[in-house]
Design a protein around this ligand. Structure first.
Ligand code: FAD
Length: 406
């Protein structure tokens, strides 16, 4: 083989190319689920992967999300029309879907995990019935609203969105920014300050906010470096009237809801970083075997094959860790430091893996002929969203003191 090796020549098959169909650390049922999801993605997502990114086409993303009916309900309880599966299943789904398209997977995650997760855990039977069945069948879209212009990493300390109680309802005023699905969501798991006489973490409440409430306004959708096609919005709440029936859990204990939700969110995002790393690895691995330089395939040079070994080390070991942490969460164990650790490790590794994949492919890897530039752009946000790389380390340092003292 001589000359340039084009992407089409590699016959990439997202996941099939460099991964066994059955992994021994999954049960038969979990392995079957993984393969079923992959097949679904191949049929429904693969044909539009590039279109979503190039056109920043979030109408298309929402259209596919609604079609994702067999999977939207993975974690939704059976009584609300779901499959009642746990965290592990959604990490399998997260990895597989992200291996095809990160923007779509994030849209799914915000709705079916980040919105639905806390409602499943803390919602009343009426709230579950009312707000989860639409998420499970794709007629409704969810989001999570924490971040504000004044509260990014210090989300709670800087929270200015106020919810003032007036009889049997609250009046909400303030803003949220960077909200994934914000402009297309029907419901937002929204955090607001309900008692400003105490420290913010003692006076914060979680609400199920319905976006058809008068006074709700989408200020703008952001344009990102990566994850193009994922709606991500700046929102304003002007005297929005929300019923007490929409309080999730109880007034002023929103911190419990938030921390629970973040553990689930970070485990899901870790599985996404795995998916993007795997796709980059597959391309680089196949390319290295086909591209000839110095009359030999690139793979025969240790400078290249060792890079691929490093990628394998990261993907293989991190997948095992994600799987184990997801099982611990499913079994009800407290493992906040482990969740932060895998989230931070995988976010960094996925940036490195996608970057090294471009390095292996060289000039072509830097062009839009290959999907690697997309993977690299997509991966970067892992070190920012769902808690930055620095904040994960801060959280771990706090948890170490909690676990072992000083
Ligand atoms: C694509 C995308 C999707 C998102 N989706 C959502 C969503 O659905 N819902 C939602 O609520 N939010 C969402 N976010 C917001 C995200 O969680 C915040 O961007 C993130 O928490 C960081 O906040 P910030 O951007 O204000 O940065 P800042 O907090 O201003 O931080 C800037 C830099 O300073 C560092 N820093 C801050 N404090 C410290 C410290 N104490 N020690 C060391 N370093 C520090 C940070 O790590 C970072 O590198 C999303 C963001 C993006 C980019």
């Amino acid at each position: 083989m001589e000359g340039h090796v084009h992407f089409e020549d590699l016959n990439i098959e997202y996941g099939y190319s460099c991964m066994p169909e059955r992994l021994h650390y999954y049960s038969n049922e979990e392995n079957d689920f993984r393969m079923e999801v992959r097949k679904w993605c191949k049929e429904n997502v693969e044909p539009v992967i590039e279109k979503i990114d190039r056109e920043r086409n979030y109408e298309l993303v929402v259209e596919i999300l609604r079609k994702m009916k067999p999977y939207l309900n993975i974690i939704i309880p059976e009584e609300a029309g779901g499959l009642g599966k746990g965290v592990l299943y959604r990490t399998i789904f997260g990895e597989e879907l992200t291996a095809f398209n990160y923007a779509l997977a994030s849209t799914f995650g915000a709705s079916s995990c980040l919105f639905a997760g806390p409602v499943i855990e803390f919602g009343t039977p009426e709230q579950k019935k009312k707000f989860l069945s639409g998420i499970a069948d794709g007629t409704k879209i969810g989001a999570i609203g924490v971040t504000e212009p004044t509260g990014g990493s210090d989300a709670i300390g800087g929270m200015k969105l106020k919810a003032k109680r007036e009889g049997d309802h609250y009046i909400l005023n303030g803003e949220k920014c960077f909200i994934t699905n914000g402009s297309v969501a029907d419901y937002i798991c929204l955090y607001a300050i309900t008692n400003d006489k105490v420290k913010p973490h003692q006076g914060m409440t979680a609400f199920i906010f319905e976006t058809d409430t008068p006074g709700f306004e989408v200020i703008k959708d952001y344009k990102h470096l990566g994850r193009r096609g994922m709606p991500n919005s700046h929102l304003r709440f002007n005297n929005c009237k929300v019923s007490v029936e929409n309080v999730l859990h109880k007034e002023n204990v929103g911190l419990d809801v938030l921390l629970f939700g973040l553990d689930g969110e970070r485990t899901f995002t870790a599985s996404q970083y795995l998916g993007i790393s795997r796709s980059a690895f597959e391309v680089a691995y196949k390319y290295a075997h086909r591209r000839m330089q110095f009359k030999r395939p690139l793979y025969s040079f240790e400078g290249i094959s060792f890079k691929l070994s490093e990628m394998f080390m990261s993907i293989e070991l991190n997948r095992m860790a994600v799987t184990q942490i997801a099982r611990m969460l499913d079994d009800g164990h407290y493992c906040r430091a482990s969740v932060a650790a895998i989230k931070a490790r995988l976010a960094d590794d996925s940036v490195k893996t996608t970057q090294e994949a471009i390095q292996i492919v060289g000039g072509l890897g830097y062009t839009e002929e290959y999907p690697l530039e997309r993977y690299y752009r997509d991966a970067k946000v892992g070190q920012i969203s769902a808690g930055t790389a620095e904040i994960m380390r801060y959280l771990i340092s706090r948890e170490m003191i909690r676990m072992w003292g000083k």
